[in-house]
Structure formats: C-alpha cells, structure tokens
Design a protein around this ligand. Structure first.
Ligand code: OAD
Length: 231
C-alpha cells in the first residue's frame, strides 16, 4: 500500500476572518482600543495584568461565539486523501471544532490558562474568564495560555519537523510577518507542491515556488481542495 501523502497547512488570522474574528494588521486592527503589541507582551502583564486579562477575556468570548467556516471545513475534507497537519498561529479553536485531527498551536490557545510559575501547567478553562486572584494548583496567578511578543515559541521545533516532511504545503490567511512562524516556509522541501491563499498577496511578498491564489480562504480553499482530491 502507498504511504499517505502529508499536507502541512500554516494558517493565520485570515482563515478565521470569515467566521467574524478580526485579523491583526487590517485597517480595523485595533483591539478594544489597544494595539496588540500593547497588551500581548510580558511587559504589559507586569505593568497592568488586569487590562491584559480583560483583553483576553473579551477575545475568548468572541471566539466562543464564532463558528468554523468553509475554509476550516475544507482542511477536514482534505484528510480523505492526505494526512493533514495544521500549524496555526491562531489561538481560536475553530480548526478543532471543524473536525481537524492534527492541530499544532504555535501561539497558544485562548480557551486554556497557564500557571505563571510552571509554564507546563496548562488548565482548560471551559470558556470561563480569568480574573486577578485566580490561582494555579501551585498557588501562582493564572495567565492566558498564549505566546506573547518576545516569548519563545516552544512548538516551533515540532512545526519545522512537520514542514520538512510536507508533500503539499499550504499557507492560508497570514501576512507572514511574525517570526519564527513565518520562517516555517524555509523548511518545506523543494519537491513539495506549495500554495499561498490570501485576498491581498503583496507583490513583494511572493514566495518562491508557491502558487499564489488571490482570494478569500472561504471560497479559494474549498475550490483548491476539490482539485487536489480529484488529482
Ligand atoms: P495578520 O493580521 O498579520 O494577517 C492576516 C492576513 O489574512 C492578511 O495578510 C490578510 O490579507 C489575510 N486575510 C484577510 N481576510 C482573509 C480571508 N478571508 N481569507 C484569507 N486571508 C485573509 O495575521 P497573522 O498573519 O495571523 O501573534 O498574524 C500573525 C501573528 O501576529 C498572530 O498569531 C499574532 C499577531 O500578532 C501573537 O499574538 C503572538
């Protein structure tokens, strides 16, 4: 029997845009009056943890109210033919709710909290807010289980290993400006088929060897998946 081919999909905020979750760097990229960098840093947490918690409690509520869209579902359909590994920069759970089986979160998960004493101590929130005074079993304040600017990205090593095995590599809904995530494309073998889906691919941003599809993921990805399943 032939080994199943491997698809790795690097996704970003754009894949969840049609679910009603705003992207970071669009014209409406202000979040409750904050730039993301102002509330998503260890410095912000040290200075004003209450504002940081309020910000993420608000984002968590938005995620819970959102539903997966046709692009999330298309990646599930692709599992009929490929072993699909999703490497997402998104902290929402829309890939999981659509039914994708292998999802690696590079920047954490909003529906989980983490101990400030032991980063390995991760606690599902089941949709609850986090407040000042909420403590982990070790007694330290809980924080959102998200990667802030300036923090390491521990899942990056596993993501790079996956990218290096890809027969098919998809880049969907990301501006590819935040590292190390954006550097994942450098791990993809030359022999892999590569596609970049984004309604707004900047001319200077074209990636060597990638087929660029300029369109919203909700329409362009199901169409691409239909073709890939027929090949
Ligand atoms: P960005 O906001 O930087 O980029 C979103 C991309 O999605 C843009 O290139 C848009 O053109 C594109 N886009 C918009 N609507 C789309 C649609 N319907 N279909 C497909 N693409 C669409 O978001 P990310 O690249 O995800 O990190 O940002 C990367 C990281 O920066 C985030 O994970 C977050 C942020 O700061 C942290 O919080 C650590």
């Amino acid at each position: 029997m032939k080994a199943r081919r491997i698809c790795v999909a690097l996704t970003g905020a754009g894949i969840s845009a049609e679910s009603g979750l705003r992207t970071f760097r669009g014209p409406d990229g202000l979040w409750e009056g904050h730039r993301l960098e102002e509330v998503a840093t260890p410095e912000a947490w040290a200075r004003d943890p209450e504002t940081v918690l309020r910000f993420y409690n608000w984002r968590r509520a938005e995620v819970r109210a959102a539903e997966p869209n046709a692009a999330h579902r298309a990646l599930v359909d692709l599992e009929a033919r490929y072993t699909v590994h999703i490497v997402t920069q998104n902290i929402d759970d829309l890939h999981e709710r659509a039914g994708s089986r292998h999802v690696l979160h590079l920047h954490g998960e909003i529906l989980k909290a983490r101990s400030t004493r032991d980063p390995a101590l991760v606690i599902p929130l089941g949709g609850r807010d986090i407040h000042l005074g909420d403590r982990c079993p070790l007694g330290s304040q809980l924080r959102p289980h998200v990667v802030w600017f300036g923090e390491p990205v521990p899942a990056m090593a596993e993501a790079a290993e996956l990218a290096a095995q890809a027969d098919l590599f998809l880049v969907i809904g990301t501006s590819l400006v935040v590292y190390p995530a954006a550097g994942l494309v450098d791990w993809v073998p030359a022999r892999a088929a590569k596609y970049w889906i984004n309604p707004d691919i900047p001319p200077q941003g074209r990636l060597p060897g990638f087929h660029c599809i300029a369109g919203p993921a909700g329409a362009a990805l199901p169409e691409l998946v239909r073709r890939l399943l027929q090949d």
